[in-house]
Design a protein around this ligand. Structure first.
Ligand code: NDP
Length: 295
């Protein structure tokens, strides 16, 4: 059996068009144009490219974007001061501090300085805390795990009582993805670098979310036949046959696993586009909160 391919690019494009319509509606009904501020510290080329992609996506959706950059040695108080200014700026409905920050900066203090109502990355400790609690809803859900959940919903997954395995426990992907799956009443196992028998744990999964950062680590014999596999991984690997000399692959051995899984996301073309769509959705939500007098 060959798996159904969950086309993140197409799903994200549909969501982005819906968001663009709502942005227009907000402008005509309330005179408010949703706005996203990005804060980039240092010269990390991957971070620069992510921020550029996010700003471009905003423009296409009619969302205003305000870029702020600091040199790699920026002092803590300058970054925090900017965040506080953005908190008070009525044109800004979402604040995105691009991670990772340079080592000398206190990431938790900077993320905590972001207004709860503008925390479009969902990394404020209060939003994460609410995500971890039963019966509490965060104002914003972190974009990548949110995208994972939307892809699972689009694939028609039955969450209730399903065995879900999340590979990876990072603050930005693995851990919030596990919490979101628990909220949907899946039984969740979180695996990490000290997990014994990773293939055996993965084979129990009806839903397998891979977010480890190791190219094509998840093999076909790690996957239960018919399982739904979401590949968050995005890894650059050398490829002399490609004119660029490299290509991008996920954490899952896609070609082999698609012969076993029931449904699977490609990478690229799966979770990546959804992350950006969820950021736009969260920025629109920030503007909706402001219009409702809660921003
Ligand atoms: P991190 O490096 O922060 O976390 C990796 C996690 O995987 C850790 O929990 C680590 O365990 C675990 N891990 C590492 N090696 C192994 C191993 N050999 N066996 C089992 N577990 C292991 O990565 P991120 O969560 O930030 O990202 C994961 C992947 O997702 C990357 O490929 C990244 O590029 C991609 N990504 C994609 C996004 C998108 O929008 N498409 C957005 C964000 C990330 P431990 O905690 O024990 O160290």
């Amino acid at each position: 059996m060959t798996a159904t391919i969950i086309d993140g690019t197409a799903i994200a494009a549909r969501l982005r068009a819906e968001i663009a319509d709502k942005v227009k509606q907000m402008e005509s009904e309330h005179g408010v144009r949703p706005g996203l501020a990005t804060v980039l510290v240092g010269e990390n080329p991957a971070s620069q490219s992510y921020v550029r992609m996010k700003q471009k996506a905003c423009e296409k959706a009619g969302i205003a974007s305000f870029g702020h950059r600091f040199p790699a040695d920026a002092p803590q108080d300058e970054v925090e001061t900017l965040v506080k200014e953005l908190n008070a700026d009525p044109q800004v409905h979402g604040i995105l501090v691009q991670l990772p920050l340079p080592k000398h900066l206190d990431e938790e203090a900077i993320l905590s300085a972001v207004s709860l109502h503008k925390d479009v990355d969902g990394f404020h400790p209060v939003n994460i805390g609410r995500l971890a609690m039963k019966g509490r809803d965060p104002l914003f859900i972190p974009c990548t795990p949110h995208g994972v959940m939307v892809l699972l919903e689009e694939a028609g997954v039955e969450f209730e009582g399903a065995q879900a395995v999340v590979l990876g426990r990072s603050n930005i992907v693995g851990m919030p993805a596990a919490m979101l799956l628990i909220h949907r009443n899946a039984t969740v196992t979180v695996c990490h670098s000290r997990t014994k028998d990773l293939p055996g744990e993965c084979r129990k999964a009806d839903i397998l979310v891979a977010a480890v950062g190791h190219p094509q680590m998840v093999k076909a014999d790690w996957v239960k036949p018919g399982a739904v596999v979401i590949d968050v991984g995005s890894n650059k690997v050398d490829d002399p046959t490609d004119e660029r000399g490299y290509r991008w692959v996920g954490d899952v051995d896609f070609e082999a696993v698609k012969e076993v899984a029931g449904a699977i996301t490609p990478s690229p073309g799966g979770v990546g586009p959804m992350t950006i769509a969820m950021l736009l959705k969260n920025t629109l939500r920030g503007a909706e909160l402001a219009v409702a007098g809660q921003g």
